[in-house]
Design a protein around this ligand. Structure first.
Ligand code: FES
Length: 72
């Protein structure tokens, strides 16, 4: 388990989670952010669409360890 730090809705967030956990599950299960929905889990349906650094992405297909470190 490692610490992951990123900006969520303007706040710096640090969570203890394995690098290979998909961002969707970090948002929903660890942080209680339930806006992004689970649909396909394979980057097809777009039910989970969120924004990172001002751009849409699908967190079901991104490992939390692949998020760029924050500079704050
Ligand atoms: S759950 Fe379908 S694209 Fe993310």
């Amino acid at each position: 388990m490692s610490q992951q730090t990123f900006i969520l809705n303007g706040k710096s967030i640090t969570v203890d989670v394995h690098d290979d956990v998909r961002v969707l599950w970090v948002l929903r299960d660890l942080l209680g952010v339930t806006g992004p929905k689970y649909g396909c889990g394979i980057n097809v349906c777009k039910a989970c669409t969120s924004h990172i650094n001002g751009r849409a992405f699908n967190p079901c297909s991104v490992r939390v360890g692949d998020l760029a470190p924050t500079t704050r």
